[in-house]
Ligand binder design. Sequence first.
Ligand code: FAD
Length: 377
Amino acid sequence: MVTWMEQNQNRADGCDVVVVGAGLVGAAVAARLARAGFNTAVLDAQGVAGGATGRSAGMALTGLAGHYNWAVGAYGRQEARDVWALTIEGRERLIEAAGRLSVPIENTGSLALAIEDTEAHTLEESATLLQEDGFDVQFELGDPLGRGFRAALRHPADVTVDAGELTRSLLSSEDVSVHERAEVYDLEPERDSVRVWAQGRNVLCSAVVLAVNGYASLLDPYFTDKVAPTRSLIFATEPLDGILLEQPCCADYGYEYCRQLPDRRLLLGGWRRPQPSGQQQDQEPGLGDVMRDGLTRFASHYFPEVETRKADRWSGIMGFTPDGLPLVGRLPDLPQVYFAVGMGGRGLSWAFAIADRLMTLMLNDADPGILSAARLG
Ligand SMILES: Cc1cc2nc3c(=O)[nH]c(=O)nc-3n(C[C@H](O)[C@H](O)[C@H](O)COP(=O)(O)OP(=O)(O)OC[C@H]3O[C@@H](n4cnc5c(N)ncnc54)[C@H](O)[C@@H]3O)c2cc1C
């Protein structure tokens, strides 16, 4: 297949590439494109990092929310190992970028915590498999926090970062034009180019990258059965007197998470479990209340000394694929349109590895392997 670079790349009346979405993934892709010499514009419906990126808890963690033994069963041993290795590659590239841009990184490591015995067994089995596969993890039966968790799996090299700050720094460090409040509503083929129709402007370009995460199906029906928008909610307390958590933690198969920020505010977050089949998430009444109540129960059980009633709250939309892995590819009906969407709850560790795979697809037509959208038909 002819790559977009081989086609009509230097047009005077537009730009080479439009990246739709100014989250961490869009910024990582746009920075790579600009550094490779392509005239690149980024359009976002909100503002830079106005989506999941700027609302995230800032934890760059190894692997997926589902534990490793689950991943081995779901994807196969070699594939699970590749997925974990990719998130480590992404985390290391994030650390490098943050270093280059003077964005602070906290080298805290992280804990995955079991809330019941079955999950503790799952963590133990995962630890054995991970160690056999060469990953640096430590399993501990019992609760290193003394809060009633059953077991912990420590990833010593995980880090935290202000993902919004990193995204803004990335975009301002490169020669990229950024247009905020420019919602894209149509992509129209025009000879061998694409016209991008957005609020207040249209741009003719040789290629488009969709980095719109959980909003993908609003832009193209191709994503309807591939990326499910899923909400995550965070409580942020007032600054606490002391340090409750030295490292970020995930619990309950990753459905709940917590982190104490450098200013000592405690973040407690949770995301919605998949809906029963046939029920659309948006159709469920009182969804916000269900999430808020679940997170309040988690907080009062494990952090009873923390006042969540008056905590600040915010939420954001994540995009989940049926198998939990991001999707990288190009639209079958509009092959000048590439995409990297469906980052789930671990997009910070995926972003830079994904940007790399997307670039090699765009420049060399290289198969994105396990991330390829072809796997979902
Ligand atoms: C509350 C919360 C906490 C989280 N915590 C963590 C965490 O600690 N660690 C972690 O790894 N992950 C976390 N995540 C997930 C993580 O934030 C995402 O996986 C990651 O930010 C995805 O980045 P992205 O650039 O793909 O998407 P986003 O940051 O969502 O960016 C997509 C952008 O596309 C724009 N857009 C959408 N449609 C259009 C359109 N039609 N036209 C123009 N622009 C459009 C949106 O405005 C948005 O800015 C969290 C998510 C939430 C919601």
